[in-house]
Design a protein around this ligand. Sequence first.
Ligand SMILES: CC(C)(COP(=O)([O-])OP(=O)([O-])OC[C@H]1O[C@@H](n2cnc3c(N)ncnc32)[C@H](O)[C@@H]1OP(=O)([O-])[O-])[C@@H](O)C(=O)NCCC(=O)NCCSC(=O)C[C@@](C)(O)CC(=O)[O-]
Length: 299
Amino acid sequence: MNLPKSVRLVEVGPRDGLQNEKQPISVADKVRLVDDLTAAGLSYIEVGSFVSPKWVPQMAGSAEVFAGIQRQPGVTYAALTPNLKGLEAALEVKVEEVAVFAAASEAFSQKNINCSIAGSLARFVPLMEAAKAANVRVRGYVSCVLGCPYDGEIAPEQVASVARELYAMGCYEVSLGDTIGTGTAGKTRSMLEVVARDIPRDRLAGHFHDTYGQALANIYASLLEGINVFDSSVAGLGGCPYAKGATGNVATEDVLYLLQGQGIETGVDMDKLIAAGQRICEVLGKANGSRVARARLSR
Ligand SMILES: CC(C)(COP(=O)([O-])OP(=O)([O-])OC[C@H]1O[C@@H](n2cnc3c(N)ncnc32)[C@H](O)[C@@H]1OP(=O)([O-])[O-])[C@@H](O)C(=O)NCCC(=O)NCCSC(=O)C[C@@](C)(O)CC(=O)[O-]
């Protein structure tokens, strides 16, 4: 399989990256992060989520963040919505695209959204209808595609079954999440081969956490499988509140370095991206989780 000429990066730092932070982060700092990412050339930014503030308190101000950002033409500003209530809140602030999230593991589904896999899919049906009526595209996530913190190994067929349901109900793209970062390149390829029996490869995306240091290898393996959309988080921010010990998503800067090394276009400016990541790390008082950013900043 030839490598693609271009890749779309889905920047999830403002949502997946910040959702787990315990310290308060001001709306102004979140807005600045999104605007910095826009200026760096990201064409898709997940800005926040409309979920229960009791479950994920850090995302409670997402409406204010949407109201504060400078939206630029050609950039999609998206939000996570677990149910109709979330979608309605997202529509109020004119979110252009939303994402629903299911899991390939029953235990993770219960911990994350308090219902079974089947229950979550049923909950998405009215959301999908309302989103269609509002002309809002819906992306789908499947968590725990290469392992679950509670159920352990996950069969690729189980991932395929949930992904197929999301695609069939109208998700234009399904992002496959290695939530706890235990996947390896071989397992990634095997899982993708099974999922791609039902869903065209150009409708699949990879969402890798770097907990075991395998994310870039898994992305390269996915490129070889014909995947050309990847989720990543600036400065490697993040972790999932319902996956203990999970570190951040793979850092956008590191993915960009990998892609640039293969001559693959993304439209993203490395220097501006590094500046955006370093700025939010300083706000958070955290070390930068991108190896590329650390190397460049120490020169
Ligand atoms: C799904 C629920 C709401 C079910 O939670 P529940 O408690 O079963 O829901 P409920 O319908 O019984 O409602 C309980 C309360 O939440 C409120 N509520 C209900 N819905 C909403 C909403 N949309 N927005 C705001 N409030 C809401 C509702 O109004 C009520 O308020 P109360 O009467 O108690 O005051 C809850 O479990 C939840 O919000 N979970 C979110 C979990 C989450 O955000 N996890 C992180 C994102 S997923 C992820 O990170 C993985 C991913 C995508 O990155 C990929 C990967 O790496 O694997």
